[in-house]
Design a protein around this ligand. Structure first.
Ligand code: BTN
Length: 341
């Protein structure tokens, strides 16, 4: 996104009418060029309306990401652990952005959030649908020194941290699907993607990526290949009466407060302190499921998770443990019809 377009967007984000002349001055372009620039916003899914004699408006305004606002809601000990907070109008992938800096040894404590991802990465090579100004796309780089073995269960602990943040803000009813999807009534609210770099037996870095649907435009939802939810559609919201309850800056700060505290403690504590909370949030505890690996499918009843974050499944009367990676969990309906959750 060019800087002219971004400055137009900033001015229009207040939800008020602005004349073509004023917008032209703001962006340093002619009135005709303003119209052309605003066309690009429509293509990004941002609804701009023009009215003769009044100018242009984004009805209802647009709450943009702001470093100042995110920082103002961070706990002091969390702020002090961050080396940077990059807020980008658009990026291919926030994970990729942080990963590149992590390999340059500047990624420990680096946070990146973006208004839009052009190539958002999901698990198993999927694309993460990332429209402009609608949702949260957040990545955090963190370095560890005891190798990947000490990081067992980390992705599940991230799920607990994000759920805690949402619960703290009054968004109730969020559950976790092993290993780390965020669900609401079995529909996907968010996803977590951990990417590792470095020495598997020593110094390594992890980029934790969190994608959270806040207010998904329905036109973009057509690209999502599974049942989904967003925070705006949650009914069980204690904080709904507060005008800023969907402000992404505040939600991002709440997630960072939980996430950075967890990452700081994880190498010492491991997953165990988060396990019971994970079990409480488990969307499939005690339920019959089908677990798919690239080579086979296994049916069983979910018994919970181990201290290392493995899935405990009762299969034909015998408990088996399945470790993370590229497994997926499918619910089995009464007629044995399987469908991804
Ligand atoms: C999943 O498939 O469930 C994981 C989705 C993870 C998406 C987030 S959005 C921020 C970060 N950057 C990416 O490219 N992916 C993750």
């Amino acid at each position: 996104m060019n800087s002219k377009l971004y400055s137009l967007l900033h001015r229009l984000s207040d939800g008020e009418f602005h004349s073509g002349e004023v917008l032209g001055e703001v962006a340093g372009v002619s009135r005709a060029a303003v119209w052309k620039q605003l066309q690009q916003l429509q293509e990004l899914g941002v609804g701009v309306v023009s009215q003769r004699g009044k100018g242009y408006v984004i009805p209802g305004g647009l709450s943009l990401l702001e470093a100042r606002k995110i920082s103002a809601h961070l706990q002091p000990d969390v702020s002090s652990r961050l080396v940077g907070l990059d807020i980008l109008p658009e990026v291919d992938s926030t994970n990729k952005f942080v990963l590149e800096r992590t390999s340059m040894a500047t990624g420990h404590g680096l946070v990146c959030v973006a208004e839009r991802q052009k190539a958002g990465r999901g698990r198993r090579g999927r694309t993460w649908v990332s429209p402009f100004g609608a949702n949260i796309y957040l990545s955090v780089g963190w370095s560890f020194s005891q190798g990947v073995a000490a990081l067992e269960g980390l992705s599940l602990a991230v799920g607990v941290a994000v759920s805690r943040a949402l619960e703290g803000l009054g968004f109730l009813g969020v559950q976790l699907k092993w290993p780390n999807d965020l669900l609401v009534e079995e529909k996907k609210l968010g996803g977590i993607l951990l990417e590792l770099t470095g020495d598997a037996s020593g110094d390594c870095s992890v980029v934790t990526g969190v994608g959270l649907n806040v207010k998904m435009p329905s036109v973009m939802a057509a690209h999502i290949d599974q049942p989904w939810a967003d925070l705006a559609s949650l009914e069980n919201v204690r904080a709904q009466s507060e005008p800023e309850y969907l402000d992404r800056n505040i939600i991002i700060a709440a997630i960072l407060n939980e996430l950075i505290s967890m990452l700081s403690a994880f190498e010492g504590s491991g997953f165990e302190p988060y396990r019971l909370e994970w079990e409480r949030l488990n969307a499939h505890g005690g339920r019959r499921v089908s677990l798919h690996t690239p080579s086979k499918s296994i049916e069983g009843v979910v018994m919970g998770v181990t201290h290392a974050g493995g899935l405990r499944l009762m299969v034909d009367g015998e408990e088996k443990v399945f470790l993370g990676g590229e497994l997926s969990l499918r619910a089995v309906s009464a007629c044995d019809q399987v469908g991804e959750l």
